[in-house]
Design a protein around this ligand. Structure first.
Ligand SMILES: NC(=O)c1ccc[n+]([C@@H]2O[C@H](COP(=O)([O-])OP(=O)(O)OC[C@H]3O[C@@H](n4cnc5c(N)ncnc54)[C@H](OP(=O)(O)O)[C@@H]3O)[C@@H](O)[C@H]2O)c1
Ligand SMILES: *[C@@H]1O[C@H](CO)[C@@H](O)[C@H](O)[C@H]1NC(C)=O
Ligand SMILES: *[C@@H]1O[C@H](CO)[C@@H](O)[C@H](O)[C@H]1NC(C)=O
Length: 390
């Protein structure tokens, strides 16, 4: 205890730290909700400071105390959530997958949920009707149909008159058939843009007046494939990239209205988006029919028919537990300081970092290794074999 004996300044520092600790204890007692969290992260600086006053002397102790205070308030600040209260949130594409799970999750937490569904009489809607509270309303909402978007807006604005609409989650989306960009039919490009981009824009534009009133949140479900180029995702990735860019611009423009905008870039999760074998057959047929004879020759029948294998193997790389995505969306909706971008899921963050901070050739090499498949187009196979024989 040399430092304390060292003079009145040491005693003063120790006094301040103890006073701080006692205040934190009193505050924690009054707000029991996040008690453990607050206690640990607020008492940490106090106890570290006290220890260091003893060990390093008053100056060192004060420095450590201030440092840990900064770190812990940054941490607590990023975790602090607003109360759910009677906040109302619209989720599009709640028939299946992430949207469906999100509607249930938010309903469970006490939100007033407006679940937009593509088919109001479908099994997904039926399930929500059966399992969720009476706060949840189902809305017939094909986001590519302007009439339905308008009707949904009228219903929502009528119901939330006093409280306003807190959040819109642009979740509805389609994947299309993952295949080489050269092979994909124009209809796939158009469909992806129609739903993933124009649909989300129309929903956002329609509901923004309600969000401006509540100074609420806009959350866009983009994708990992919308942030970085990935083979086979030319159509889907381009539509999601358009959505991400829009989100970025909106984040800048809407901040003056107090609206916070977040984009979510999940990696693979097991949902309805991977489709069914019936759907794949249909998409494969469409792809084949639109292929010029030359291209068909060059790629070869077995390469083309092998495209479906990729979908077959996809579930193995996809996580069945959707909770990382749900937590990311909840944080985007309720955090006092939400992030602009969330990357939930295995392998969503590292490729993005490599894309952002490394030379492009290295990124391409990395992705080539990560997503390598055995299949090679016919023409390339024969030339490879020839060069080996030489
Ligand atoms: N799962 C993943 O690995 C993953 C990864 C990155 C990003 N995402 C994104 O996350 C979002 C949700 O995907 P998910 O995996 O949950 O897929 P999902 O199970 O297919 O859910 C998408 C939902 O959107 C609906 N939908 C399709 N077209 C629509 C339209 N025009 N209007 C309204 N709703 C429409 C679908 O209805 P139907 O089922 O009736 O067609 C479906 O319920 C999508 O935006 C997706 O791009 C998913
Ligand atoms: C759009 O929705 C309206 C109302 O539900 C429906 O009558 C109309 O047929 C839909 N249009 C298209 C193109 O699906
Ligand atoms: C989401 O994207 C749409 C356009 O795609 C945009 O209008 C909207 O403001 C965006 N919202 C957020 C929260 O990013």
């Amino acid at each position: 205890m040399d430092a304390l004996a060292g003079g009145p300044f040491g005693w003063f520092c120790a006094g301040v730290t103890v006073l701080f600790g006692v205040t934190v204890l009193c505050v924690a007692k009054r707000s029991p909700a996040e008690k453990a969290n607050v206690l640990v992260w607020r008492l940490l600086p106090a106890s570290l400071g006290l220890l260091c006053v003893a060990a390093l002397g008053a100056g060192g102790g004060l420095a450590v105390f201030c440092g840990t205070c900064l770190v812990s308030s940054a941490y607590l600040g990023s975790r602090a959530l607003l109360p759910v209260g009677d906040k109302a949130v619209l989720v599009t594409g709640s028939d299946t997958g992430i949207g469906h799970a999100l509607a249930k999750y938010l309903d469970n937490l006490g939100f007033v949920v407006f679940a937009g569904v593509l088919n109001k009489d479908g099994p997904g809607a039926e399930e929500l009707r059966r399992t969720c509270s009476r706060r949840l309303s189902l809305l017939q909402l094909d986001i590519t149909n302007a009439t339905q978007v308008k009707e949904a807006y009228l219903k929502v604005s009528e119901k939330v008159q006093n409280t306003g609409l807190w959040g819109v989650v642009n979740n509805a989306g389609v994947l299309g058939f993952p295949a080489d960009g050269e092979l994909l039919p124009m209809s796939t490009y158009r469909r992806c843009m129609e739903v993933n981009f124009f649909g989300a824009v129309e929903v956002s534009k329609t509901f923004l007046p309600l969000l401006r009133k509540s100074q609420g949140r806009l959350v866009n479900m983009s994708s990992m494939a919308g942030g970085i180029p990935l083979p086979r995702y030319a159509a889907y990735g381009a539509s999601k990239a358009a959505l991400s860019m829009f989100s970025g611009v909106m984040r800048q423009e809407l901040s003056k209205w107090g609206i916070k905008v977040a984009a979510i870039h999940p990696s693979g999760f097991r949902t309805g988006i991977q489709g069914t074998s019936d759907l794949w057959d249909k998409q494969e047929k469409e792809l084949m029919e639109n292929l010029p004879a030359d291209t068909r020759q060059d790629y070869g029948e077995d390469y083309l028919l092998g495209l479906k294998d990729y979908l077959l193997h996809m579930p193995a790389y996809c996580d069945a537990d959707l909770s990382p995505v749900l937590s990311a969306i909840l944080h985007a909706l309720l955090a006092k300081r939400p992030q602009g971008l969330y990357t939930p899921g295995r392998g969503a963050y590292v490729p993005l970092c490599i894309f952002c901070y490394f030379p492009l050739w290295f990124y391409d090499f990395f992705i080539g290794k990560m997503l390598s498949t055995e299949s090679v187009p016919r023409v390339l196979r024969t030339s490879e074999a020839e060069s080996k024989n030489l």
